[in-house]
Design a protein around this ligand. Structure first.
Ligand code: FES
Length: 161
């Protein structure tokens, strides 16, 4: 009787350790699966689209320069049509501002100045403000692709309405 109790205890102890081992293996396998999934998952940053909807052309009066702070572009409505410039200074990347009283775009960081066409007037900026691709979509909205530079003053760099 005492022997049988000891045997039952041993079986129970053996079963306990078997279950403990299986449980540990299961937890380790789950952890490995979780880390493997994280490792294999693409590590991608989702950036906003470079294309900006600037709205209807009639938002921009003739001879106006309008800064869109959120997207870092200007929409210029000139006699030749609508065009878009980057508002990011070509020196060290500060956001420029349109100064209507001076009729120029000025950088607050180191004093570069640009014409409304983006051409550099003075300052440390090495290049003019780049023109961006602009076009009208089917709804009649102005779209600007911030990732695509176009030739300044080129005929197809303007939108004419
Ligand atoms: S960042 Fe504009 S002048 Fe330096």
């Amino acid at each position: 009787m005492a022997d049988e109790t000891i045997k039952n205890d041993e079986v129970n102890r053996r079963q306990f350790f078997m279950k403990l081992g299986l449980g540990s293996l299961s937890i380790a396998a789950a952890g490995t699966a979780a880390f493997s999934y994280q490792y294999l998952e693409p590590n991608v940053l989702f950036e906003p689209s470079p294309v900006v909807n600037a709205g209807k052309p009639d938002r921009y009066p003739l001879d106006s320069v309008t800064l869109d702070v959120n997207s870092g572009i200007y929409i210029v409505h000139s006699q030749e049509g609508y065009f878009s410039l980057s508002a990011v200074c070509t020196h060290l990347g500060c956001l420029t501002a349109w100064k209507p009283e001076l009729n120029m775009i000025a950088c607050p960081c180191h004093g570069s100045k640009f014409e409304q066409s983006g051409k550099k007037i003075e300052g440390p900026a090495p290049k003019p403000l780049p023109w961006k691709r602009i076009w009208l979509n089917d709804d009649g909205d102005l779209l600007v692709d911030r990732s695509t530079d176009v030739q300044a003053q080129a005929r197809d760099s303007f939108v004419r309405v």
